[in-house]
Design a protein around this ligand. Sequence first.
Ligand code: AMP
Ligand code: MG
Ligand code: MG
Length: 321
Amino acid sequence: MDQNKPLMLRLLASSVHLAKRAGVEVNRIIKTGSLGVIDKGVQDFQTEADRTAQRLIIASLSKQYPICKIVGEEELEDDNEADQKLFDMSYDEDVLKQTLPDQYKDIKDEDIIIWVDPLDGTTEFVKGCLESVTVLIGISHKGKAVAGVIHQPFPNYASGARDEVGRTIWGLIGMGYYGIEPKQMGQDKLIITSTASHRNQFIEDSINAIKPDELLRVGGAGYKVLLVIEGKAHSYVFTSNGCKKWDTCAPEAILESCGGILTDSFGDHIKYTDTGRINHPNRLGIIASINNDVHNNILGKIPESVKKELLASQIIDRLKH
Ligand code: AMP
Ligand code: MG
Ligand code: MG
């Protein structure tokens, strides 16, 4: 019966269910006391929680949606036995009850790419800043981020609570958002959020030019976009490469469902196509804001020197691959 529901509703219902289940796995792995940390690069880690969450999400989605392309952050060995143990074909019933806007009724599996960041904010996870950790599943259609889920396993960790049940936020552009109360902010002072663990000169130059009244340095792309939606920061500024399409697809779709906007440092939307590049980088950085006015104001303050460097690094990257 549920199989007769339209593809986009089923994809989102599966993604919401799997993000919540991944959160349960993350919680379970923390309690084992053994994170199994692997170093992937500078301030770039992978833990048993990243691996298990990705295996669960990708094995389950690819079995159910064999034609859709699915891209996950982690490079894992094929392990059918491990996949079998994790398969989960359930849907989130609240999503299935929604009425899908007409624009999505006839979409085709081959036009979909699902972007999976099984654990965003791994650097903070390893340090024990658990409120920054999120599970991200984004759905793009013909290169545009249209739907997504952000699951936060430890939403109240910063205030000292030991969460057993996480918080799940999802959205589909044109249908709405769920699990979050968007809040506009006053214009009396400007609050910016940016990376805590991947700082560099390009980002610092932009922040210095923007001159925020307050700067919130926190981890995770998903977490920072939640701060923007909830009226704790006007914009998320990251004028550097390093962030990937799986970091931004779900946050972008949810933010846009809430009336906000996420683009690169030039104001262009990120294209969620498979360009064949390893790591699917957002080479020109990302800016996410609660509304267009704030966004244009921030874009206008990014120094030309930073923009030139971003373009140059994009060209070098193209020549290398
Ligand atoms: P952050 O704001 O530093 O927490 O980064 C947001 C997301 O982008 C996380 O998934 C990071 O792993 C990723 N990211 C940002 N910069 C880098 C970098 N220089 N190397 C690897 N990953 C990065
Ligand atoms: Mg990430
Ligand atoms: Mg990750």
